[in-house]
Design a protein around this ligand. Structure first.
Ligand code: ADP
Length: 403
């Protein structure tokens, strides 16, 4: 079965077409700057092979429908295309950032499902409207093909109430579903599944701590294949220190900044999401720049790096407790997790007494294929496993459609 995976953002469509007979990528690319004066489409056919064929188009793309049409024309193009007929596509899988507490698993799109995604817009005001645009566009182009939605929040729906509730008036939970939901669930689920396979166990047989460290960063405690805690909250602002987001903070900071500087809530929200984290601390949000600055003696960059590592270690400690000390492996993934050996080493530094020790040599460098990086005497294994959210979406889509 061939599956088209779509990740529609407010001004972009990321796409990948997979042949699920061998899980190979047939085509992938990105439509960018939708709605802006000049848009762009990048397209790669057979990106992981010697026959890779790259194409870029630059033209205004007023809305998602035009962007999707350009992608489809490339997919069925006589020379550049990878299929002859759109009928070859067996299903379309859509990434959805927030499914509230209605969705625990991938779901075939119906009018009710669309309505439920619409009802959750308050929790993901930037993402969910864009996802709906992607679904509606895909339905027009592929009216007879099952459309499946895969939610980033679904993996975390197994959290018990003591992990997902906020200590706020209970009516707010009842009335508004105010609680923790988590994010990056598709990535956590993918690496947890791969880790179990690499450990030679069934997912039910192993406990893991998964670290998705990219621009956005989150961690999950996974018990027997199910998420029991995660670091992000109602929104992806909570938890670890990120590229531009502050992560955990005293909630009274909002009121303080209002009193002290007369800032509006929307301004504080923007500062915490877009001007904080690494960027706020040292003026840079790319780990590569931060390491280079630390080398040159930049003290703020060093502070930022130390804070990121300290926060991560504290979460590892708390998830060891959440998993009652029984952890088979810690798994690093995403841009920083896969590429930054210094950040990995700092995240577990000094945890030897807890049975966690990394091997500096095995840990060295960037990781393209799954790799174990723990010391021989480490009780808890440490793995780096490149994430693949598109493949996870395609797998879940196939599973649902094939019944
Ligand atoms: P996103 O959350 O946008 O998907 P990624 O998972 O691609 O982000 O992670 C992007 C981040 O990964 C960059 O901002 C950078 O900090 C980090 N990164 C990427 N490559 C490297 C590298 N070679 N060394 C250190 N950090 C890296």
């Amino acid at each position: 079965m061939k599956i088209l995976v779509i990740n529609a953002g407010s001004s972009s469509i990321k796409y990948q077409m997979l042949d699920m007979t061998d899980e190979s990528v047939m085509a992938s690319g990105l439509v960018e700057r939708i709605g802006e004066p000049s848009g762009a489409v990048s397209y790669k056919a057979f990106p992981d092979t010697d026959n890779e064929c790259k194409t870029t188009l630059e033209q205004p793309i007023p809305e998602h429908e035009t962007g999707m049409k350009l992608v489809i024309d490339l997919l069925i193009h006589p020379e550049k295309g990878v299929i002859k007929d759109l009928k070859e596509i067996g299903a379309v899988g859509h990434r959805i950032v927030h499914g509230g507490d209605k969705f625990h698993a991938p779901t075939v799109v119906t009018d009710e499902v669309e309505q439920a995604i619409e009802d959750t817009i308050l929790m993901a005001p930037l993402h969910n409207p864009a996802h709906l645009a992607g679904i509606r566009t895909a339905k027009r182009f592929f009216p007879d093909v099952p459309q499946v939605v895969v939610f980033d929040t679904a993996f975390h729906q197994t959290m018990p109430p003591e992990a997902y509730m906020y200590a706020m008036p209970y009516e707010m939970y009842e009335e508004l579903r105010l609680r923790r939901y988590g994010a990056h669930g598709t990535s956590h689920k993918y690496v947890a599944g791969e880790a179990a396979r690499l450990l030679g166990k069934q997912p039910e047989e192993c406990n893991l701590i998964t670290l998705h460290l990219g621009n956005g960063c989150s961690m999950s405690a996974v018990k027997g294949g199910e998420c029991v805690d995660t670091s992000m909250g109602l929104t992806p602002l909570a938890g670890l220190i990120m590229g531009t987001r502050c992560g955990d903070i005293d909630p009274a900071v909002y009121a303080f900044l209002e009193r002290a500087k007369g800032l509006k809530l929307s301004e504080i929200d923007m500062i915490m999401n877009k001007k904080s984290g690494l960027l706020g601390l040292c003026g840079m949000n790319d780990m590569r720049d931060i390491h280079a600055a630390v080398e040159k003696g930049d003290e703020k960059a060093e502070l930022a790096l130390n804070m990121v590592a300290y926060r991560t270690r504290k979460y590892i400690g708390s998830y060891l407790a959440a998993l009652e000390g029984k952890v088979d492996a810690i798994v690093f993934t995403a841009g920083i997790g896969e590429n930054d050996d210094i950040a990995r080493a700092m995240s577990v530094q000094g945890l030897e007494a807890l049975g966690i020790s990394i091997d500096q040599e095995k840990n060295a460098g960037r990781v393209k294929e799954p790799r174990a990086v723990h010391a021989d005497d480490s009780r808890v294994q440490i793995w780096v496993i490149p994430t693949n959210e598109e493949l996870e979406i395609a797998r879940q889509t196939r599973e649902l459609v094939a019944g």
